[in-house]
Design a protein around this ligand. Structure first.
Ligand code: CP
Ligand code: NVA
Length: 332
């Protein structure tokens, strides 16, 4: 609890904004808050706190997790979608930040350029949380860590293999999350989508200090060997719709199917799980997959007992609450 007191008033733009110990404490706190909520307990630790949800892109989980987390603790949220505010039109990021910062106690931003969330944080004067940019998705990674911790009881020493677009927001945040918690991270991706070398080198340094490692592997079967967690995400992120056909061509060998899950060697002993940040394009669940079949994950994996994707989605709520309480609450 005492470590979390240091988070008061701070922003979260990437996981680099948290020390390794603060990250671990936040995830642990989220697990306690989840248990508290299961008993029916709701708090008042965000009473009279107003949160702006400033979103340039669509969202189901991030928006709703934030709204429910705040309401559970007596806080209020105001949603501003792409069509709702003057941001990006008549008003600059800096001016919007200065206005919202005078009205609200915190701002959750989802959008395109990472520079936008940095500018908001620079000018708002209140905590700004990154609810996804093109470069990072740190609040997702908090929920991912909580989900893995719940299943395996700890994080250090586990192997997390991410298969897909190896340099998208989710991949980068997971890489950092794994490094900061002493996990072994494997980015299974084709050379054309390999993560930036400087970001890999930085994560590798952090991982090394925690007994973990970071590898980039082009062969998906080799990459998932011994993995405790196989993780995938959509092949074309929001804003990359034009790249869709090329991604399908590049990433088809990285589809997570039962054979790839078997290649972990951990299915039989319950030592391997499947995660996906969602939304997922599995067999025939959307117009796109009705036409083409499964993209990044097949139905048999998505629906398997070792798939923890809905616990993972629920954990967005508990981790978001932990973040709001630590940075803004009357108590963490
Ligand atoms: N995983 C995630 O961020 O989901 P949303 O896009 O629905 O917020
Ligand atoms: N990489 C995906 C994540 C969605 C939650 C995207 O940016 O669209």
């Amino acid at each position: 609890m005492s470590l979390l007191l240091h988070l008061k008033g701070r922003s979260l733009l990437t996981l680099n904004d948290l020390s390794d110990a603060e990250l671990a404490a936040l995830v642990e706190r989220a697990q306690e808050l989840k248990a508290e909520r299961r008993t029916g307990r709701r708090g008042n630790r965000l009473a009279h706190r107003h949160l702006a949800l400033l979103f340039e892109k669509h969202s189901t989980r991030t928006r709703c997790a934030a709204a429910v987390a705040a309401a559970d603790e007596g806080g209020c949220t105001e949603y501003l979608g792409a069509q709702d505010s003057h941001l990006g039109g008549k008003e600059s990021v800096a001016d919007t930040a200065r206005v919202l910062g005078r009205l609200f106690d915190g701002i959750l931003f989802r959008g395109y350029a990472h520079a936008t969330v940095e500018q908001l944080a620079r000018h708002a004067g209140v905590p700004v949380w990154n609810g996804l940019t093109d470069a990072a998705h740190p609040t997702q990674a908090l929920a991912d860590l909580l989900t893995i911790r719940e299943v395996f009881g700890a994080l250090k020493g586990l192997t997390l293999a991410y298969c897909g677009d190896g340099r998208n927001n989710v991949a980068y945040s997971l890489m950092l999350a794994a490094a900061k918690t002493g996990m072994h991270f494997v980015d299974c991706t084709p050379p054309a989508l390999a993560p930036a070398e400087d970001r890999v080198a930085a994560a590798r340094d952090i991982a090394g200090g925690n007994g973990g490692s970071v590898r980039v592997v082009a062969d998906p079967r080799e990459g998932v060997a011994q993995a405790n967690v196989v993780y995938t995400d959509v092949w074309a992120s929001m804003g990359e719709e034009d790249a869709f056909e090329e991604r399908v061509r590049l990433l088809a060998p990285y589809r997570v199917d039962m054979a790839l899950m078997q290649a972990t060697g951990g299915l039989d002993g319950g030592r391997a799980i499947f995660l996906h940040c969602l939304p997922a394009l599995h067999d025939r669940n959307t117009a796109v997959t009705r036409e083409r079949g499964a993209l990044e994950v097949t139905d048999d994996v998505f629906e398997a007992p070792f798939s923890r994707v809905f616990e993972q989605a629920e954990n967005r709520l508990h981790t978001m609450k932990a973040l709001f309480l630590a940075t803004l609450g009357s108590q963490p």
